[in-house]
Design a protein around this ligand. Structure first.
Ligand SMILES: Nc1nc2c(c(=O)[nH]1)N[C@H]1C(S)=C(S)[C@@H](COP(=O)(O)OP(=O)(O)OC[C@H]3O[C@@H](n4cnc5c(=O)[nH]c(N)nc54)[C@H](O)[C@@H]3O)O[C@H]1N2
Ligand SMILES: Nc1nc2c(c(=O)[nH]1)N[C@H]1C(S)=C(S)[C@@H](COP(=O)(O)OP(=O)(O)OC[C@H]3O[C@@H](n4cnc5c(=O)[nH]c(N)nc54)[C@H](O)[C@@H]3O)O[C@H]1N2
Ligand code: SF4
Ligand SMILES: [Mo]
Length: 730
């Protein structure tokens, strides 16, 4: 413990009770892992207004529209489940959990633990205790079938790490960088920032402004002149699906000009000459022609990367969802390595972690190639990435004729039938399950098919810690929030569901401080829970603080959060004799580069690209009145010149067809888009849709995507962006 050198920034009198039962409580928003600090008014046990709390937050006073609306969402703006359901009929939640426990026990007794799978959706990430209890249960059960949205999101980044390795010192913090290069992400809308994309999650615009005030530059690569583009000194607006070629060409130019960081690369990387040979065909001219951008832009990007002292290179979902997504993400990482965009021994560690502190060293961690190792999927000879199996294989792992196939699926805070796309493949598989459970605060398309829907509590009703943001905050900070209002109706906390089901199955769980990259079962220690007495959630939070720079008691006494003031910490050198290296050009990467080099020009006239909306979070919040007014449907945005060419007027009903399916939608002109792009948000509409997108609240773009064709090797990532489509008047 570092209690000796800890001085606390204390926030006094945060909760004030008045005789009218009106109080202001300090808490934090859990709609995404930025965890922005906020104040909410609690009036007679009900939440009223919310406002940002800048007193201690490392982002300053900030709430995005989703944060500002979180009280409205909490109060049921989009219809909330207050009771659990068994095939559409109300059932007491306790009884439903007992029945589920018994069914699972019987399935495991007959078929073994592999028959049980979980899908961990976006909602699950905001449930700290639920998240860990779920992993404790999966580990105790012994099933390898852990799926999450990550493998239908940006697991190209995990593939890259598994193939080239990980630089343990991490990228430069935005607060230290002098050049930020971001491909295919729009943090100003999505608040998705470091470690993968480039920006801070909270107040992302401010992080770009500060960088520019310091004289730094921002480069954005996006077919759309997005909201983030307003900060870009250089905006490259390519055809979608060309990131692998663009970043291979940037590598080519840096190697050609001798501007790569020789010292860093020599110390930490193998395979430079193999990389040079593999990217030789990717001249800036070739990439510029493929992507249909001026060649000077690629040259400028390469030059700036060569000149920058502290560049940081990253990406959002664009490259992860398009053609050659694994290669694209790998080449983006390679450019970051060539530019030396990682912290060195002696660099300041701005946030060493508060709930869990870590020592940061300048050292390479060799590629794990975990996907080549057991346990393998049944339907494909592929193993896990970061201890997870590819979500796109869920339908095949259910339908395969094998004694170990998946028979029960627990969906935690997600809507996989919408998220996976290709309902023609996914829906029959979900229907073939012996048991499908959805644990959610509202009804989803997957929930409609489930045997049981368990009504979950919402964040302001639970005990929670800033666990997900602990390493992401730009400065050390932690906050704890007890429940602010009681749970309504017959809802349970997510952790209670997993604990209760485990207890019914006779499993004693061990509650541990888990983090990405760790195999839960191998984490030493933990809090042993009995299956007889439910744990006290406050004790669970106390346990999560037991190793940190602040104690639970300090957090509980300071509801506005705690910023541990500590001596500055610096990156340490690698341990003596450390020999692990990163691999810049493993054979599979070289082979994929050769394949892309041989491709002809892109002949697709239109490609559908992914995008997100400011006021919703994938499928969540979409049904609120405000969002229904803002987004009665998910419009198909197109460049007005493309619309003129197709004879389409603003608002016209159109049919969008891909090689896999067709949907009806409404078109809207957007001159921010380059030509040749149809830009549309996912998770709108109903699963299978009909001809009336207006009546169904939009169109399910997942009906245009495929779970079996054009999927990537290794993670089976479907093509959700840069998908060739045709558009005609409906
Ligand atoms: N408000 C809001 N916030 C969210 C979400 C939400 O739904 N709403 N969702 C959350 C989730 S789950 C995630 S994963 C994150 C995602 O966060 P982001 O990655 O920032 O999400 P998008 O806004 O979809 O940004 C993707 C960008 O990539 C561009 N693009 C598409 N195809 C390509 C391509 O081939 N190459 C390049 N270079 N660019 C391309 C698109 O035009 C778009 O601007 O956001 C999270 N935050
Ligand atoms: N075509 C296409 N498909 C895509 C994408 C795309 O861009 N294009 N994007 C992909 C990406 S990046 C993602 S992340 C996935 C999203 O896929 P999912 O995560 O499966 O979908 P969401 O709609 O985010 O589901 C989150 C659910 O969590 C619930 N929830 C919220 N809070 C809580 C809570 O505290 N507890 C519980 N138990 N539930 C809660 C919400 O009500 C909501 O139903 O979709 C993927 N699919
Ligand atoms: S950025 Fe995330 S945590 Fe912050 S207010 Fe918006 S949704 Fe909430
Ligand atoms: Mo996502």
């Amino acid at each position: 413990m570092i209690a000796g050198r800890r001085a606390l920034a204390v926030q006094a009198g945060a909760v004030s009770l008045s005789p009218m039962e009106r109080r202001t409580a300090k808490t934090f928003c859990r709609n995404c892992s930025a965890h922005c600090a906020m104040e909410v008014d609690v009036v007679d046990g009900r939440l009223e207004g919310a406002r940002p709390d800048g007193a201690l937050s490392p982002y300053g006073a900030y709430l995005c529209p989703k944060g500002l609306a979180s009280v409205e969402f909490h109060n049921g703006a989009e219809g909330r489940l207050l009771a659990s359901l068994k095939r559409g009929e109300m059932i007491p939640t306790t009884q439903a959990m007992a029945e589920i426990g018994d069914r699972l026990a019987a399935i495991v007794a007959e078929h073994g633990p592999r028959a049980v799978a979980v899908y961990h959706g976006t909602g699950a990430y905001r449930s700290v205790l639920g998240n860990i209890m779920e992993r404790a249960w999966v580990a105790e059960l012994g099933t390898p079938n852990f799926f999450s949205t990550m493998t239908i999101d940006q697991s190209g980044k995990w593939v890259s790490a598994a193939r080239i390795g990980i630089m343990a010192s991490g990228k430069h913090a935005i607060r230290d960088a002098d050049l930020a290069v971001l491909s295919g992400g729009n943090p100003v809308v999505t608040h998705q920032g470091a470690p993968y994309a480039v920006a801070e999650s909270g107040a992302p615009g401010r992080s770009f402004e500060r960088l520019k005030e310091r004289g730094g530059k921002v480069v954005l690569i996006d077919p759309r002149r997005s909201e983030t583009a307003r900060y870009a000194d250089l905006h490259i607006q390519p055809k979608p699906g060309q990131d692998a070629a663009i970043f291979a060409a940037v590598s080519h130019a840096m190697l050609r000009d001798g501007t790569w960081d020789r010292d860093f690369v020599a110390r930490h990387c193998n395979g430079l000459e193999d990389l040079r040979a593999a990217v030789a065909p990717f001249t800036p001219e070739l990439a510029a022609a493929r992507a249909d951008v001026p060649v000077e832009q690629i040259e400028t990007l390469a030059r700036w990367l060569g000149e920058a002292k502290r560049p940081v290179v990253g990406s959002g979902t664009g490259p992860s969802m398009s053609d050659h997504s694994n290669l694209a993400e790998t080449m983006i990482d390679i450019v970051g390595l060539l530019a030396g965009g990682y912290r060195r021994a002696g660099d300041l560690v701005r946030n060493p972690g508060t709930l869990k502190s870590k020592v940061v060293r300048e050292m390479a961690l060799a590629p794990s190639r975990s996907f080549e190792k057991a346990p393998f999927c049944l339907s494909e000879p592929v193993g896990p990435l970061m201890h997870e199996m590819p979500s796109a294989l869920i339908p095949r792992e259910i339908l395969i004729d094998h004694p170990d196939r998946i028979r029960a699926l627990i969906v935690f805070g997600g809507d996989p039938l919408m998220a996976l796309g290709d309902p023609a493949v996914a829906k029959p598989a979900f229907e073939a399950l012996d048991l499908l459970v959805s644990l959610d605060c509202r009804m989803t398309e997957t929930g409609k098919l489930a045997d049981y829907v368990i009504a979950a509590s919402q964040p302001f009703e639970r005990h929670e810690l800033t666990f997900a943001a602990d390493a992401l905050f730009p400065e050390p900070f932690a906050q704890y929030s007890p429940p602010l209002v009681p749970k309504p109706g017959d809802v349970v906390d997510d952790w209670e569901f997993f604990w209760t089901v485990a207890a019914r199955m006779g499993l004693d769980l061990t509650f541990k401080y888990w983090g990405y990259g760790l195999d839960y079962a191998s984490i030493p220690g933990g809090l042993k829970l009995s299956h007889e007495t439910p744990p006290d959630p406050e004790d669970l939070c106390r346990f999560l603080c037991s190793d940190g720079a602040v104690t639970f008691e300090e957090l509980a006494a300071n509801p506005g959060g705690v910023r541990p003031r500590r001596d500055p910490e610096y990156v340490l050198p690698a341990p003596e004799g450390w020999e692990q290296k990163l691999e810049l050009c493993p054979p599979d990467v070289a082979a994929e580069l050769a394949l892309v080099a041989e491709e002809g020009p892109d002949r697709a006239r239109l490609r559908l690209t992914c995008r997100r909306v400011l006021h919703a979070l994938n499928g969540a919040f979409r049904e609120s009145r405000g969002n229904r007014r803002r987004h009665p449907v998910n419009h198909a945005y197109m460049n007005p010149d493309d619309m003129t060419e197709l004879g389409l007027e603003d608002g016209a009903a159109i049919e969008i067809a891909s090689a896999h399916g067709a949907i009806r939608a409404f078109v809207k002109g957007e001159d921010r888009l380059r030509r040749g792009v149809v830009s549309m948000t996912h998770m709108f509409g109903t699963l299978e849709g009909t001809s009336d997108a207006r009546a169904e609240g939009g169109s399910n773009v997942g009906r245009l995507t495929s779970l079996t064709e054009q999927v990537q090797p290794i993670n089976f990532m479907p093509r959700f962006s840069a998908l060739p489509v045709e558009v005609r008047k409906a």
